[in-house]
Design a protein around this ligand. Structure first.
Ligand SMILES: Cc1cc2nc3c(=O)[nH]c(=O)nc-3n(C[C@H](O)[C@H](O)[C@H](O)COP(=O)(O)OP(=O)(O)OC[C@H]3O[C@@H](n4cnc5c(N)ncnc54)[C@H](O)[C@@H]3O)c2cc1C
Length: 417
């Protein structure tokens, strides 16, 4: 059974970017990379690319967007595929996972990392400080903040957006507003609305030629609704209590709630990992997202490696802890003849490196032709071909897919003492 890539990372915030990078780059150069696809609903960088997000402080800090810029460079240098679209469903049962996007595409992979944060972002960033204001940092300053926003009249209305937990703020907002501005509360998610409460999903913020916010489009169960407003207050606190990331995972355990993980970012479903704000535990921050994303990426790498080579990668000395290192120990795994080389770069780059003897070889790196068949086709010794393939893998130009009908060699070569 074929598949498109080893790993799919859903969400391109700091957690997703770090996860994707680690499936490709791992801890050092000599490693067999994964074929990885990153799927992002809006723009790469997530919340960390917003003005004012700092990594970390108080006596030192880096701007979130500067760190994101570096992460994006790594994604580009490592040639990690990016697809723009919203993941609407994941079928995580079975060995091959299916990831469905709202534009009708289906991607198949062996492992999925969920890094969707607390909210599916749209184009909020374009209107920050230009009619769109956010609450964050808990409820410590909420009363003074709301008093300020509600002290003036907003025409034709003030829209307050949040998750279902926006419910906590509604009475206070109504009280402080004192009928000054017409109010509309948009609670992201499915369910029943009310007189001034709408249920649905924010699709887009829009504005005038000067880039000032003029309204918002909400996708409701009855279709899109365009709502004009003078101001939007986006209550991030509510998403910290209950996220709204709008994706079905075909089991009852997951939904629009935080995802439970163990210390390796594994969920209870084999091959399904999660990291960043979407995981339960709180203390959401850039640094936590980076750390968890990185751990999720490494765990997915390890999972995939075991599937392909029947052994765990020697990159992780701490697990399994004690093992006897034989004198013929190899840093890279031996390549089974049934492995299916898959290109991660443009074929021309591979050809330029290999020279004339191997000309045309890169055309076969489609994840469908085995090493054995390739050697036959090229009429070359299989060991010579394997040496070339290892060299290309070390340079992150190819990886290996597996034919899931063929049984991989089982067992872990690092046996505990
Ligand atoms: C206003 C504000 C200020 C902050 N300031 C700081 C700060 O100064 N310092 C700090 O450390 N932290 C700060 N944070 C928190 C920090 O930004 C987050 O903890 C961090 O960005 C989380 O990273 P993440 O990758 O888990 O999620 P996010 O950054 O939220 O990224 C998740 C990504 O997944 C995408 N996504 C969601 N659903 C889907 C889907 N179904 N399909 C495809 N893509 C999807 C989203 O569009 C988004 O791009 C701030 C947060 C806010 C809201």
């Amino acid at each position: 059974m074929g598949y498109d890539c080893d790993v799919i990372v859903v969400g391109g915030g700091p957690a997703g970017l770090c996860a994707a990078i680690r499936t490709r780059w791992v801890k050092r150069y000599k490693a067999i990379p994964c074929s990885t696809l990153l799927i992002e609903n809006s723009y790469l960088g997530g919340l960390a690319s917003w003005r004012g997000c700092l990594f970390t402080g108080p006596s030192w800090k880096m701007e979130g967007k500067d760190v994101v810029r570096r992460l994006l460079k790594d994604v580009e240098d490592l040639k990690i595929g990016v697809h723009q679209g919203r993941v609407s469903r994941i079928n995580a049962e079975g060995e091959v996972k299916e990831v469905f996007t709202s534009d009708g595409k289906v991607f198949r992979c062996l492992a999925v990392i969920i890094a969707t944060g607390i909210k599916a972002l749209v184009n909020e960033k374009d209107y920050l400080g230009r009619g769109l204001e956010v609450t964050s940092m808990g409820y410590e300053f909420i009363v003074s903040h709301l008093r300020k926003v509600l002290s003036r009249r907003w025409e034709p209305r003030l829209v307050v957006v949040g998750s279902e937990k926006l419910r906590n703020l509604i009475p206070l907002i109504r009280e402080l507003n004192q009928d000054r501005s017409p109010l509309l509360f948009v609670m992201e998610g499915e369910g029943k609305g009310g007189e001034d409460v709408m249920r649905g999903w924010i699709e887009r913020y829009w504005g005038d030629g000067d880039g000032r916010l003029q309204g918002v489009t909400v996708r409701t169960s009855k279709g899109p609704r365009k709502i004009r407003c003078g101001k939007v207050l986006l209550d991030f606190n509510s998403y910290e209590l209950a996220p709204a990331w709008r994706m079905e995972i075909g089991t009852e355990e997951f939904g629009s709630s935080f995802i439970k993980i163990n210390q390796d970012m594994e969920t209870s479903i084999p091959g399904l990992f999660a990291g960043g704000d979407v995981t339960s535990g709180g203390y959401n921050s850039f640094s936590r997202a980076v750390a968890q994303g990185m751990a999720a990426g490494l765990s997915a790498y390890r999972y995939i490696y075991h599937k392909k080579f029947g052994t765990y990668p020697p990159l992780f000395a701490y697990r399994p802890t004690d093992f006897l290192i034989p004198s013929d120990f190899e840093e890279l795994p031996s390549l089974d003849e049934d492995l299916l080389p898959k290109s991660l770069v443009d074929g021309k780059e591979i050809e330029a490196l290999l020279g004339r003897k191997w000309a045309g070889l890169s055309k076969s790196f489609n994840g469908k032709l085995s090493i054995r068949k390739m050697a036959e086709k090229k009429n070359v010794a299989i060991e010579d071909l394997k040496k070339v393939l290892k060299r290309l893998a070390e340079k992150k130009m190819i990886t290996f897919h597996i034919d899931l009908i063929i049984n991989r060699p089982g067992g872990n070569t690092f046996r505990p003492l």
